[in-house]
Design a protein around this ligand. Structure first.
Ligand code: ADP
Length: 365
């Protein structure tokens, strides 16, 4: 009875205020238009270590690392919130005692009735534990893929020698086993290449330079190479021969190989694959069309996520791990381009990437 009467004293609004003030898992900070703290909740005190009195009136930039302050990250966060309606980010933040934590945050502008920005609300969550687990997984993938590279290279060399020997001795049964081993080694090779690329992407380290080259020549060379690995498909190539770009050539090769091998893998009953290179005034596009299993509409938005595989490809038992498209998209976006797909289930898919048609001089400006 007493309990019931007590809760009647709280309106839904009071309950919301109580929740915001007392929640410990989320930091909620109210900033003025310049980024000075106007108010904050218990969670902020708990996570950042300042009392309300110590922090009100101070600029929120003090929560950022010295590097981020130098790079004007706090100012940019507020600008982004105004321009895009919200700013989301993950980065290190600094507590009062100088220790750091990995924060996932969102900043939203607070508007008055006529739409003027009168301040900001910043919500932050501590994700240090999640970040550490992610880091351990990334380190493991990177070490494992490097360590597997050498024995795999040796196995491939021995495979080639064994292949020659079996052909000379005309050992039919041996050749059948050899082909199975060879197929498995190729799958392992693709998987390792993908894992190494993911590792490189995370560290941002590459051991080659950007160069200017013909996208037509590169695509044609890759089409010829891939054609030699398959009897089941015929790859046609059409288009503009003049398309030159300035890019990391090994990375662009990787994208084309990924898309072409997918086109083959996911069209087991159709022969034809069409590759088109086309150029507009400022952009050059490579499209790879297959007539295979296709991709359901609801799978398209997840297609470029790490480890995503469509239910259809699992059903059909096509082998893969779901890294190639994730890597390809990152590579193309790092070159300021776009990668997309159009597809119909049962009719096939066309993957296309577009890159700025840049000369060395322009892209290095
Ligand atoms: P993988 O092929 O190793 O699984 P990818 O990242 O290259 O990984 O592709 C992710 C998923 O997208 C595939 O598992 C498959 O479900 C789908 N996919 C990619 N290319 C095609 C294609 N040409 N046709 C149909 N589905 C495709």
């Amino acid at each position: 009875m007493r309990k019931g009467r007590k809760s009647e004293l709280f309106s839904p609004q009071d309950k919301l205020i109580f929740l915001v003030e007392n929640t410990k898992e989320y930091v909620i900070i109210v900033l003025d238009t310049k980024g000075k703290v106007e108010d904050w909740n218990k969670g902020a005190e708990h996570l950042l270590g300042y009392t309300q009195r110590e922090i009100v009136g101070k600029n929120f930039s003090r929560f950022f690392t010295p590097e981020d302050r130098k790079a004007k990250r706090p100012e940019n966060e507020l600008k982004k919130a105004i321009q895009e309606g919200k700013g989301e980010d993950e980065n290190w933040l600094v507590r009062q005692d100088g220790s750091w934590f990995w924060a996932s945050g969102m900043t939203t502008p607070i508007l008055d009735k006529v739409g003027n920005v009168i301040g900001f609300a910043k919500i932050v969550r501590d994700l240090t534990d999640k970040r550490e687990i992610q880091q351990q997984q990334e380190d493991f993938i990177s070490i494992a893929s490097h360590e597997l590279r050498t024995p795999l290279t040796i196995a491939k060399l021995l495979r080639d020698a064994l292949g020659k020997h079996l052909k000379q001795t005309k050992d039919i049964e041996g050749i059948a086993y050899f082909e199975k081993i060879s197929h498995a080694l190729n799958q392992l090779d693709t998987l390792l290449r993908d894992l190494l690329s993911v590792g490189r992407m995370q560290t941002g380290k590459v051991d080659y330079e950007k160069e200017e080259f013909s996208l037509w020549d590169l695509t044609q060379d890759i089409v010829e190479e891939v054609q030699q690995t398959t009897n089941s498909h015929h790859i046609e190539i059409h288009g503009t021969k003049s398309a030159r770009i300035y890019a990391y050539k090994p990375q662009i090769s990787e994208v084309i190989i990924n898309l072409l091998t997918n086109a083959i893998k996911y069209s087991p009953n159709e022969k034809k694959i069409i590759v088109t290179v086309s150029s507009a005034k400022k952009f050059v596009t490579v499209s790879i069309q297959d007539f295979g299993i296709g991709i359901a509409h609801q799978s398209i938005e997840k297609l470029f996520d790490r480890f995503y595989r469509t239910p259809l490809s699992r059903e059909k038992g096509v082998p893969g791990v779901g890294l190639g498209l994730y890597i390809s998209k990152k590579i193309i976006e790092n070159h300021k381009g776009t990668l997309g797909v159009k597809s119909t289930v049962g009719k096939g898919s066309t993957f296309s990437f577009t890159l700025p048609f840049l000369s060395k001089r322009i892209s290095s400006l």
